[in-house]
Design a protein around this ligand. Sequence first.
Ligand SMILES: Cc1cc2nc3c(=O)[nH]c(=O)nc-3n(C[C@H](O)[C@H](O)[C@H](O)COP(=O)(O)OP(=O)(O)OC[C@H]3O[C@@H](n4cnc5c(N)ncnc54)[C@H](O)[C@@H]3O)c2cc1C
Length: 410
Amino acid sequence: MDFTIGEETRLMLELMERFVREEIIPLETAFLTKSFSEIEPEVDKLRVKVRQMGLWGPAQPREYGGMGLPLTDFALVSEVLGQSPLGHYVFGCHAPDAGNIEILAEYGTPEQKKRWLEPLVAGEIRSCFSMTEVELPGSNPVMMDTTAVKDGDHYVINGQKWYTTSADGAAFAIVMAVTNPEAPPHRRASMIIVPTDTPGFDLVRNIAVMGHAGDGWFSHAEILYHSCRVPQSNLLGPEGEGFRIAQERLGPGRIHHTMRWLGVCRRALDLLCKRAVTRPIAPGQVLADREIIQAWIAESAAEIEAARALTLQTAWKIEHQGWKEVRQEISMIKFVVANVMQRVVDRALQVFGGLGMTDDTILAFFYRHERAARIYDGADEVHKLSLARRILKPYRARAEELKEGNRVFR
Ligand SMILES: Cc1cc2nc3c(=O)[nH]c(=O)nc-3n(C[C@H](O)[C@H](O)[C@H](O)COP(=O)(O)OP(=O)(O)OC[C@H]3O[C@@H](n4cnc5c(N)ncnc54)[C@H](O)[C@@H]3O)c2cc1C
């Protein structure tokens, strides 16, 4: 494995780092105190600057106007941008559009690419991904109630979804719906493009998450699909292959998420250290003089480095060996990094005391919103179970042999 950062990549990362510090972070106070639509004009100005710098769409395919960076380079970019909740959005590589772009680029028909992919990569429209249902477990999505039934040249979609992130103001949704109810469970669902102005696409509400409903890109909607009729040509990828496509998207998508979380960790630890060396705690002494704070700093730094090494190694393997070879690591980084992030943010908030609880720093936002990392993209428990299953497989295969008179395990 070669993690050497080329000169071009290093310079790009430096530019991005400076942009995050000088242009994006100063917008955060407005982000924390106003609605997203209120600050959108300011955010859009930054997006224009990013385009002028030639740094738009780092992960998006070159042929559609992105930078087309390899996964390991984008992982490093994601870490830098992840330091601010607005970082990925300003650079045009934000969820859920980034994942939808990957799907459209791989499986879209020429017409779908023209109509949806090109303006999506250009940042002219937004999209959402609508899979999770209110009444059934997102952790086991083969249990799905939403149906898409053929009627003439159309699919008619009925179902109730929620947590459709960024649906508010999106131009279209990629909806997972059961098209082949008689097929084996993993072959029943398909992805279908549904323009959000289709009659029967009813955005019921933006759900309040940790006390904040949000709006626009920064929101999570509940949606009723009520006899929502779209042409069959809106099918994305082969019929019945929805889960397989979602699975394929999972590897690179996981790297995007986890490196963004490591960006959150970096920012939180940086804030923690700044506070620790400046906050007086006794005459002539600051918080950083206390061993317990030093231990938190050391533990955080070590945990971040370990999580980062595992994530970069996984990114490298996905890029060079393919995601199927690294299923275990793809599961590992999910719960390892999500939990490191939670601990680091918690320690930083604690060091800030009462100030940490306010929105005068970004820490309370991280604490509220990044808690979800242990739930979305597969709950931690699901990944732990699947990892353990793979680890145990060869042992189970030898269980009889291991049992036979062999009471001492070597
Ligand atoms: C901020 C956020 C954004 C999201 N964005 C989107 C989006 O854009 N599009 C979309 O479709 N969905 C989205 N989701 C939904 C997300 O994918 C689901 O919440 C997730 O898959 C878990 O499903 P669930 O909420 O139905 O929980 P359940 O499946 O009901 O699971 C509940 C809990 O049970 C435990 N559990 C689950 N399975 C097992 C098991 N096998 N063994 C032991 N314990 C288990 C876990 O602790 C889990 O947290 C988002 C969620 C959040 C919080």
